[in-house]
Design a protein around this ligand. Structure first.
Ligand code: SAM
Length: 385
C-alpha cells in the first residue's frame, strides 16, 4: 500500500510554468523540451509545461533562461474579489505552508473585473490567513523580503490561477557573482543572448567589455554543459512536504556526469577598467572556471585580434547606469574597431541606448528586442567582412 502511494506521488504530473524575460520564451521552451518536459506551450514571458517531481528539480537546476518555476495549486473562475477570497480559502493551505513559516503573495493581473493587483493579493492573503485561523487558531506571517514560500496569483479576465514558486530565490541568482559594484548583466539574459547566437563553441568567443564576467561565465557553462544552478545551494522546493532528497541527488549526479571537463574552449574577456577585471577574476574563480576563461585589462578601441576568428558578444555601457564621456563616439569607435581589427568575425552587441547604437556604422544582420529590467534593449548582430 505504502509503495503504491509512493509510486503515485513520484509519477504524479504537475502543471508548471517557467517564467522568463521577453524575447527568451522560445529558447526556454527548447531547453524544457530537451530535458523531457511535456505539454509545452509558449506564453508571454513564460512557458507552461508538465512534469513529475524530478522535472521540477531538473527545470530549476538546468534551464538557463528560466527566472522561476511555478507549480500550479489551483485555478478557478472568480467574477468578484469575494469569490476569489472564498475559492482561495477552500484550498488546503497547510499542504503548502507550515504555521511557523512566512509567505508572500505576488500577483499579475490582466483583468477588467479585478483592476488592482494589490487588492487581489490582499484578498488571497486574507483567505490564506483565515484558512489557518479557522483551523489552527494561528496563522503564518507575511515576509516580503525573504519569505519561506512565495505564492503567485495570476488573473486573466476572471480566470485565476494560484501557484507556488518552487525556485525560492530567482534562478538568475547563480551564486558565483558576489560583486555587483558595476552594472552587471542579469545571468538569465546573458545566457539567453548566447543561446540566441549561433555560436558552436569552436572558434574564439570574446567579450571585449566583459565587466564582472557574466557573459564569459555563462558561455563557459553552456559550452562545458555545466548546470545553470551548479554553484547554488538552496531552492524553494527543498522546503516542500514532498521534497525528495534522493531524487534531487540523482538530478545533480546525472547532470554533473554530463559536464565536459576537458573540452578545449577559447573564451576571452577584456575590459578597460583594472578594478572591474579584479572583480571578473574573482567571479570566474567562484565559478571554478579559472582554467577555461582568459581575461586581461585592455581598451577595446583600436584593438585587433590578429589571425584569429570568432564571435563577440558584448554589453557596452548604455550611459544610463554607467556614465561614459561621449557615448555616441564610443559606439562609433567600436564599429571602426570591428571593421579594422575583426574582419571575418561576427559580433552581437547588446545595448539599451538605441540612439548610440546607430553610431556603430555597420548594418545589423539580426535584431532581437530584449529588456534589461525596464530598459528596452536590442541585441544586434553584425557580420564583419
Ligand atoms: C555594462 S558594463 C558590462 C557589464 C558586464 N556585461 C557584466 O555582466 O558585468 C560595460 C563595461 O564596458 C567597459 N568599457 C567601457 N569602455 C571600454 C573600452 N573602451 N574598452 C574596454 N572596456 C570598456 C566598462 O569598464 C564596463 O565594465
Amino acid at each position: 500500500m505504502e509503495e503504491r502511494k509512493k509510486y503515485k506521488v513520484l509519477s504524479e504530473k504537475f502543471e508548471l510554468t517557467a517564467k522568463t524575460f521577453h524575447g527568451l520564451e522560445k529558447i526556454l521552451a527548447s531547453e524544457l523540451k530537451k530535458i523531457g518536459a511535456t505539454d509545452i506551450q509558449i506564453l508571454k514571458r513564460a512557458v507552461s509545461f508538465k512534469g513529475d517531481l524530478k522535472m521540477i528539480y531538473k527545470s530549476n537546476y538546468l534551464t538557463r533562461t528560466a527566472i522561476s518555476i511555478l507549480l500550479k495549486i489551483d485555478s478557478f473562475k472568480a467574477e468578484s474579489s469575494d469569490i476569489l477570497y472564498e475559492k482561495t480559502k477552500k484550498i488546503d493551505w497547510d499542504k503548502y505552508i507550515k504555521l511557523e513559516e512566512t509567505f508572500v503573495i505576488n500577483s499579475t493581473v490582466h483583468s477588467k473585473v479585478h483592476t488592482h493587483s494589490h487588492f487581489a493579493s490582499l484578498k488571497v492573503k486574507d483567505a490564506i490567513a483565515d484558512f489557518f485561523i479557522e483551523r489552527f487558531n494561528k496563522r503564518p506571517s507575511i515576509d516580503t523580503k525573504t519569505p519561506d514560500k512565495k505564492i503567485h496569483l495570476h488573473i486573466k479576465g476572471d480566470f485565476c490561477t494560484i501557484a507556488i514558486d518552487t525556485s525560492g530565490e530567482s534562478l538568475f541568482k547563480r551564486e558565483y557573482r558576489r560583486d555587483t559594484d558595476i552594472a552587471p548583466l542579469n545571468e538569465v539574459l546573458a545566457a539567453g543572448m548566447i543561446m540566441l547566437s549561433d555560436y558552436k563553441g569552436i572558434e574564439y568567443f570574446y567579450d571585449p567589455m566583459c565587466g564582472s564576467g557574466t557573459i564569459l561565465i555563462e558561455a563557459a557553462r553552456i559550452f562545458m554543459n555545466i548546470p545553470a544552478g551548479y554553484s547554488r545551494k538552496k531552492y524553494g522546493f527543498m522546503k516542500f512536504d514532498n521534497y525528495d532528497y534522493r531524487i534531487w541527488s540523482t538530478v545533480k549526479r546525472e547532470a554533473e556526469n554530463e559536464i565536459k571537463k576537458d573540452i578545449d574552449i577559447k573564451i576571452i574577456g577584456t575590459d578597460i577598467s583594472e578594478k572591474v577585471i579584479v572583480t571578473a577574476r574573482r567571479n570566474i574563480g567562484n565559478a571554478r572556471l579559472r582554467h577555461h576563461i582568459k581575461i586581461e585589462i585592455k581598451d577595446f578601441i583600436s584593438s585587433r585580434f590578429e589571425n584569429k576568428k570568432g564571435l563577440i558578444i558584448t554589453n557596452p555601457p548604455y550611459d544610463i547606469r554607467l556614465k561614459s564621456n561621449n557615448i555616441n563616439k564610443l559606439y562609433k569607435d567600436m564599429g571602426d574597431t570591428l571593421k579594422h581589427g575583426f574582419k571575418g568575425w561576427s559580433a552581437y552587441i547588446f545595448s539599451g541606448n538605441l540612439d548610440a547604437i546607430k553610431h556603430i556604422g555597420l548594418k545589423p544582420s539580426k535584431k532581437v528586442l530584449l529588456y534589461n529590467g525596464k530598459i528596452e534593449c536590442k541585441l544586434l548582430k553584425y557580420d564583419v567582412y
